[in-house]
Design a protein around this ligand. Structure first.
Ligand SMILES: [Zn+2]
Length: 333
């Protein structure tokens, strides 16, 4: 792994400024809570922050060349501890005690500080959080604790209130597009489409860009949209069967569908083809914008949202998709 420092991070300027100032001034908060959705870059920033704190090079830290940086980049720094958990949905009190609370009293091995990083900290149960609380309330002078969370509201108020909270922000579309072109080798049109889909989340953009099936799902959606009005029993069954083959990706498919109808709504209001995510499908978007009322589009978007929540609640897959497709067809005119 190569060190690219804070400069390589897209967006998140406020958080980076905070981290750089903290490291430069030496006033590093003992506990920080880094919040942002999956894919937004929490681990990337926590790793950079930890390496910057322990870096002995410079002037820009982390330098990537000193012994500390090199150890950290290879995952072998004894004073950077990534707290792990066995069960996917739970961090237990034993895991917090063994990997953090019990060792926090031991001085760092070779650095001025000892950094604990807890990914998915919102998965700590109440006992684990209470065990951690004592260390956060009265930390040894060298200890720094970084809690990472998608859903900070799942943490106890007592834990949250003792942390400096850093919220990751959505990255501007043009930054995401630029990233996809330069770092993932995408063509401009493709990059623009995926940037719209990713909604400011670089991790999500990258995943879509590198997933060959993403393009297939998009084409499937476009095909379905173009044939919507002619959707009869046989086509309906075929569409459901095809979607059922990729049940785990249905969330992504519904997000693409939402993006499609946002395009229709946007074009209906603004008549501006250049800002469409599905620009190559402009002709179809324009046709639908003329054929479907504002109310109809609003109802379609609501129906997609409802289908998403039903599937998350494990309501019957085929039935949910059938109802959704019929609801869309009936409003397509
Ligand atoms: Zn260094």
């Amino acid at each position: 792994m190569k060190e690219e420092g804070f400069k390589a991070v897209r967006g998140q300027k406020d958080i980076i400024r905070h981290m750089e100032n903290a490291v430069k001034s030496g006033h590093i908060p003992h506990a920080s809570l880094i919040c942002g959705e999956k894919g937004s870059g929490k681990k990337l920033l926590a790793g950079l922050y930890a390496r910057a704190m322990l870096c002995s090079g410079g002037p820009d830290v982390p330098c990537g060349r000193c012994l500390s940086c090199r150890k950290a980049l290879s995952g072998n720094h004894p004073d950077i501890i990534w707290v792990r958990h066995e069960k996917p949905a739970l961090i237990t009190v034993d895991e917090i005690r063994e990997q953090l609370v019990n060792s926090a009293g031991i001085r760092p091995y070779e650095s001025p500080r000892k950094v604990y990083i807890v990914p998915e900290a919102d998965k700590m149960n109440v006992q684990a959080q209470n065990a951690l609380l004592k260390t956060i309330e009265d930390p040894p002078p060298y200890a720094v604790i970084l809690l990472l969370a998608d859903n900070p509201d799942a943490l106890l108020e007592t834990v949250r209130s003792r942390c400096v909270r850093l919220d990751l922000r959505a990255v501007a579309d043009r930054e995401v597009r630029d990233y996809l072109i330069k770092e993932c080798g995408l063509a401009e049109g493709e990059a623009g489409m995926i940037a719209s889909y990713a909604q400011g989340n670089i991790g999500r953009a990258r995943e879509a860009a590198l997933d060959p099936d993403f393009r297939k799902r998009r084409e499937e959606l476009v095909g379905l949209m173009k044939n919507m009005q002619r959707l009869q029993a046989a086509e309906l069954t075929a569409a459901i069967r095809s979607l059922a083959e990729n049940k785990d990706k249905i969330g992504e498919f519904l997000d693409l569908m939402t993006l499609w109808f946002r395009d229709v709504l946007y074009y209906k209001a603004a008549k501006d083809p250049d800002s469409l995510a599905f620009r190559p499908e402009f002709a179809e978007i324009r046709r639908e914008a003329a054929a479907v009322s504002y109310e109809g589009l609003e109802e379609i978007l609501k129906a997609i949202g409802k289908a998403g929540s039903r599937l998350k609640a494990n309501v019957n897959f085929d039935l949910t998709i059938e109802l959704l497709l019929l609801a869309i067809r009936d409003r397509m005119g």
